[in-house]
Design a binder for this molecule. Structure first.
Ligand SMILES: Nc1ncnc2c1ncn2[C@@H]1O[C@H](COP(=O)(O)OP(=O)(O)OP(=O)(O)O)[C@@H](O)[C@H]1O
Ligand SMILES: [Mg+2]
Length: 244
């Protein structure tokens, strides 16, 4: 089952062909990484999928449903959550309060779900924080967290929205080796224990090779190569773009 699919997606900015006819899919339960040099169109593709910008043409499907052009909020309620290249947490709230805002935002907007009362919401938030090893930091503000923990908080917030699919944009950017190892564990946990499908943009190829079921390589707005880590690693076209 395809959890996420794009068909011939296109977005030009003036004469910049940021995303130029991209068809990809992510099967349910997969971790797919999107890689490519700076300016390849990776973030633009995530923006198109998550509804932040609208495509010039082409379609996006979530669990088989055409979601093209829907707003990020509509997509969250359909099960698509994302983290940004630049973290967007509330700086003046604690870690726990950041989670509570996210949890209330969905329990309040999905009409079929009853709004959680405060103690239920706190219980849910603490359970999620524990999954991301942030429970002991629940009462700190984001400023008091390490860079790695801030990024984990982003992922925890996205996860608290009950997603079927999570989009991550450079989750390990600027992390130390140790922080990267933790994040790799968390990404695998999303797939293996929390049963979330993951599409991630990532520059660190060690991370990409370790977590990915499949890799999509973008270059100049187009798909250059798709395959398992082994297949992509051996693809001469990919070597050319990365080395040449
Ligand atoms: N809002 C915009 N207006 C104009 N041009 C844009 C806009 N957003 C992206 N671009 C251009 O589209 C191309 C793709 O950019 P994008 O940010 O998607 O690349 P990326 O693969 O995410 O790069 P990076 O690895 O540096 O994050 C680039 O040439 C970029 O300058
Ligand atoms: Mg980017």
């Amino acid at each position: 089952m395809k959890a996420l699919e794009t068909r011939n997606l296109r977005k030009y900015f003036g004469n910049v062909r940021a995303v130029d006819g991209v068809s990809i899919h992510v099967d349910q339960g997969e971790i797919v990484s999107l890689v490519g040099p700076n300016g390849a169109g990776k973030t633009t593709l995530l923006n198109l999928i998550s509804g932040l910008i609208k495509p010039d043409s082409g379609e996006v499907y979530l669990m088989g449903e055409d979601i093209t052009g829907k707003s990020p909020n509509q997509l969250v309620s359909k099960g698509l959550a994302r983290c940004f290249q630049i973290s967007n947490v509330f700086e003046d709230l604690t870690v726990l309060e950041n989670l509570l805002v996210a949890i209330h935002s969905i329990s309040g907007t999905i009409s079929m779900t009853k709004r959680l009362d405060d103690s239920e919401a706190v219980e849910k938030a603490m359970k999620i924080l524990k999954e991301f090893n942030l429970d002991v930091k629940a009462h700190l503000t984001p400023k008091e967290l390490s860079h790695g923990d801030r990024k984990l908080l982003d992922v925890a917030i996205a996860y608290s929205l009950n997603p079927k699919v999570i989009l991550l944009d450079e989750p390990t950017a600027a992390m130390s080796y140790r922080e990267k190892k933790t994040t790799v564990g968390v990404i695998k946990k999303l797939r293996d224990q929390l049963r979330v499908t993951v599409l991630l943009v990532e520059h660190d190829l060690d991370v990409v090779y370790e977590v990915s079921d499949r890799i999509v390589v973008m270059h100049q707005g187009q798909i250059l190569s798709v395959g398992t880590p082994e297949e992509v690693r051996e693809d001469p076209k990919v070597k050319e773009v990365y080395l040449g």
